[in-house]
Design a protein around this ligand. Structure first.
Ligand SMILES: [Zn+2]
Length: 305
């Protein structure tokens, strides 16, 4: 389990946004805490009666934005959330607030902006040669994303699928980076910043959907503006003809990673992990390969037009 990585800018944005909220009378101290017990419930409000919205584990860190009645307010899966303070210990090594976005994949991006990536095993004959594709496995770390059948967490599926997509894209000659390559938390801000630094030709955020009703099923492709629409159409068309899951259509949506991205960008919801039929498909090996080849073919079509 990795720790929370912060950037100076994201911290600043979070702090600034606090002053825009109506509850700015609370202190916004930004202290970092280590989770001091094996499993710690995260709740929607500062009381034991509040709904459990997720869990943190020992080794995780969180940032305090408010404190009330012995509870610490932080953000969990993008929403305000609370944990009991007596289970937290002040962070032993206060993480240096980093201006740099993230380790691993991001560092690679610094050397070759706007150029075909020299370090990948790029296939010079592949039809995606020279294109920089950024895959964005949704959620990660203390943000599990949706919870599906048998308690499966969306964050693991998005990573698994993204790795398969990356493999197919690389075989087709593309330069591929992932916004995360392990189970770690990466903020939405950092995901977009990585994309901007990479001179991305196409950004694809990978998600799985969930719904209180197990009847909901199918895949969606979302885009933000008309400049993303062509990418959405190419990928959606190719995907829906490759996988045996209901087509719920394409639609504009105001997602952060799309709205703030200057690269053509889309967000895929590749089925419902709360629906038995979708779930069985998603967990199958053929499905993962069909998704990867569907996206690869969609990108080939997109760049060849
Ligand atoms: Zn998601």
């Amino acid at each position: 389990m990795k720790n929370v990585h912060l950037t100076l800018t994201s911290l600043a944005i979070m702090l600034i946004s606090l002053f825009l909220l109506p509850h700015s009378s609370y202190a916004a101290n930004g202290d970092v805490y280590d989770v001091g017990q094996a499993v710690l419930n995260v709740r929607s409000g500062p009381s034991l009666d509040s709904e459990i919205v997720g869990q943190l584990q020992v080794g995780d860190q969180l940032i305090e934005f408010n404190e009330q009645y012995g509870w610490v307010q932080t953000y969990f899966a993008g929403k305000e959330a609370w944990v009991a303070k007596h289970h937290l210990v002040p962070a032993t090594q206060n993480k240096p607030v980093q201006v740099q976005v993230k380790k691993s994949s991001y560092e690679e991006t610094k050397t070759p902006p706007a150029q075909p990536h020299p370090n990948t095993q790029a296939n010079h004959n592949g039809s995606l040669y020279g294109y920089n594709i950024m895959l964005d496995p949704g959620h990660g770390g203390y943000d599990p994303g949706s919870i599906g059948i048998s308690g499966i967490q969306e964050k693991f599926l998005t990573l698994e699928t993204s790795k398969q997509i990356a493999e197919n894209l690389r075989s087709a000659g593309a330069n591929v980076l992932l916004t995360r390559s392990s189970d770690e938390y990466v903020s939405l801000h950092d995901r977009v910043e990585m994309s901007q630094a990479y001179s991305t030709h196409a950004f694809i955020s990978v998600h799985y959907n969930a719904h209180p009703s197990s009847a909901a099923h199918g895949i969606n492709t979302f885009y933000y503006s008309t400049s993303d629409q062509k990418l959405a159409e190419s990928v959606h068309q190719s995907l829906t003809s490759s996988i045996p899951i209901r087509d719920r259509g394409m639609a504009p949506n105001n997602y952060y990673v799309l709205r703030n991205n200057t690269a053509p960008s889309i967000l895929l919801e590749l089925g419902f992990i709360t629906n038995y039929s979708d779930f069985a498909n998603i967990r199958s090996n053929p499905f993962q390969h069909q998704v990867a080849s569907g996206i690869t073919n969609g990108l080939k079509a997109y760049f060849s037009n």
